[in-house]
Design a protein around this ligand. Sequence first.
Ligand code: NAD
Length: 355
Amino acid sequence: MTIAKICMVGAGRVGQLHTASIMNQLRHRAEVAAVVDADLASAANLAAEFDVPAVHQSLAEALASGSFDGAVITTPTFTHCELTLAALDAGLPVHLEKPMAMNLVECAAINDAIARTGLLVQLGFMRRFDRDFQAAAELLESGEIGVPMIIKSLTHGPGLPPAWANDIATSNGLIAEVCSHDLDTIGWFAAAQPVDIGVKAANFKGAERGVTAPRFYDTMVATVTFESGAIASVAGVCPADYGYDSRVEVTATKGMVQVGETGPGGLAVVRAGNGVKEQALYPSWRKRFAEAYIAEMAGFLDVLEGTAPKVGPAEGTQAVALAVAGVASLLSGRTVALSQVLDNPQIPSWQRDGR
Ligand SMILES: NC(=O)c1ccc[n+]([C@@H]2O[C@H](COP(=O)([O-])OP(=O)(O)OC[C@H]3O[C@@H](n4cnc5c(N)ncnc54)[C@H](O)[C@@H]3O)[C@@H](O)[C@H]2O)c1
């Protein structure tokens, strides 16, 4: 069996996680052959940890000096489009972290490049690789509990994300950086097209944490309606401080299904006298979705062998459409129809000129 050579682009939180999955769990199928990071010291540190032979400061430099079978792109969202186009044009299938891009103009450019090159792109929605999320999706698809009426999805992240993700001009903020996963899940579970989205947001902790990005929000609730009539809510809080919390509940016409707990369970501690039962919480997304992240990288290796990705650019584009329409809603205070952003893809004003 040949060992696939992966170019890891980005050596931050997710680049480290995916490198560890490949080098520790999937080494019989693949290796990280080069680490690329604009910050060369970060690339060098990650490469040293896993004996990766090459480090580069740009993807262009890596493509010029090495040969690869695929690229894993884990850089900030505002770089996704340019880097994905470069990898595809160099003939490499791509695993691209969510959100797929900043806006629908960039999604269109990526979709055009996929059509032009005929190469496959897997999107980094790891919940698609989680056992319980998959089981819920299969149950809903079977029709056994009827059709979804209400879908409630929440993600609360423990701490502030990297600084670039606090600014809606460089990330669209929480709705995209954290709740992209929920936006994907509600569409997956509803198995229907979204019609519109309304978002309310608030900022509770920004000032005390020193966030200076204008229009930073750390709290949001979105309401999404679907063509099927299903209604979904997406709640996001980050930083939540208490741990990483990802849960979904679907009420359907003939039953209900829930996915997720606040912790792994299995161990509860009771100390005599205080009347409290203690149970561990998930400290981070890495722990909650540990198995799914490895399955996701294994999925990408299947993609390199020609298997269609479990989740790809169509789902990525839909989540970006919801995120962009969602930010438009929170800025305007109005519900925004998806057709408004999909029919006339534009670079949103808060990204183009900061308004
Ligand atoms: N799937 C998940 O669960 C999950 C979790 C967190 C973040 N993410 C996504 O992963 C991506 C990265 O997030 P992160 O938290 O790892 O960010 P990060 O800031 O920790 O790391 C990003 C790295 O990319 C490097 N970089 C920036 N521009 C670059 C360029 N042009 N070329 C090469 N390197 C460049 C930076 O120096 C940094 O080291 C984001 O799109 C984010 O939304 C996904």
